[in-house]
Design a protein around this ligand. Structure first.
Ligand code: HEM
Ligand code: HEM
Length: 220
């Protein structure tokens, strides 16, 4: 018998698609330059708030959003790579590493942006608190890390296409609807269903707003 199971809760899905939007728009605005730099900064602040929220959600969120349930131990990773164990319902052990790398790379990009200076007329809000040498150093990291993000995103989309084309498994559908279809007789237990109730979503909203308020005070 096939059964629909909630894997990605609404906060995780909203996090994902708004983060994607922020990064794409942020890059478009920085290429436009001039007054659009202010919009670049807004996209960056939003991305920073989203990633900080996602890190908290990795401890407080539903089953498949929790780091403890998808970040693999070295033993589990090796067993997965040897084909001895299956991936499971959430991020597979290899995908989990790419998720962590993406989160850290975006965190680095957005936080170095706060100290970046374009040497024309736009400075990140925290540049005034550090020396010119520090600003130059963090700006160079901000410039270089964009390529790391682009490479990770290319790998991310490549892996999703690989699953779609060769394994005939759509990962994008569940990241939109939240659900995956499973056979209830297989090894995946229905008890690993992610809780996605109104109460849980409200908790996520409260966390996100608290992060946003904290960030607002930091940059003002
Ligand atoms: C700037 C672009 C992107 C970034 C930074 C990004 C980042 C991420 C992150 C951090 C996750 C983990 C989600 C979580 O557990 O919170 C994830 C998962 C996922 N992303 Fe993206 N993503 C991007 C673009 C895309 C695009 C364009 C697609 C669709 C083609 C996509 C499809 C997915 C899917 C399907 C998953 C779930 C993978 C799985 O089942 O393990 N992403 N992404
Ligand atoms: C995840 C969020 C962010 C992404 C993906 C991002 C991406 C980029 C990219 C691709 C560039 C162009 C670098 C170059 O080749 O010259 C850039 C430049 C810049 N960004 Fe960001 N950025 C983010 C967040 C921020 C934030 C929060 C701020 C500050 C409020 C900021 C301030 C700047 C400044 C001042 C520059 C110009 C640096 C230069 O002239 O080299 N960025 N950013």
């Amino acid at each position: 018998m096939r059964h629909e199971i909630r894997v990605w809760d609404l906060p995780t899905r909203l996090f994902h698609w708004t983060l994607t939007l922020c990064i794409v728009l942020g890059i478009i605005f920085v290429k436009i330059g001039g007054n659009a730099m202010q919009l670049h900064a807004y996209c960056g602040y939003f991305a920073l708030a989203l990633v900080v929220f996602r890190i908290i959600w990795g401890f407080a969120g539903s089953w498949h959003a929790r780091f403890a349930n998808f970040v693999p131990s070295p033993k589990r990773l090796v067993a997965y790579l040897k084909g001895e164990t299956a991936g499971g319902l959430g991020h597979n052990p290899l995908g989990a590493l790419s998720v962590i790398a993406l989160l850290l790379a975006v965190l680095l990009q957005a936080s170095t942006g706060l100290f970046a200076d374009d040497d024309i007329f736009f400075q990140g809000p925290l540049t005034k608190y550090v020396s010119n040498a520090t600003v130059a150093f963090l700006t160079s990291i901000h410039r270089f890390n964009q390529y790391i993000i682009m490479a990770l995103v290319a790998l991310h989309i490549g892996a999703i296409l690989f699953y779609q084309i060769y394994k005939k498994e759509s990962l994008v559908g569940p990241m939109i609807t939240g659900d995956k279809k499973i056979l209830v007789t297989n090894e995946v237990s229905v008890s690993t269903e992610s809780i996605d109730t109104g109460k849980q979503r409200l908790a996520a909203l409260v966390i996100f707003v608290a992060v946003g308020v904290g960030l607002y005070y930091l940059i003002n």
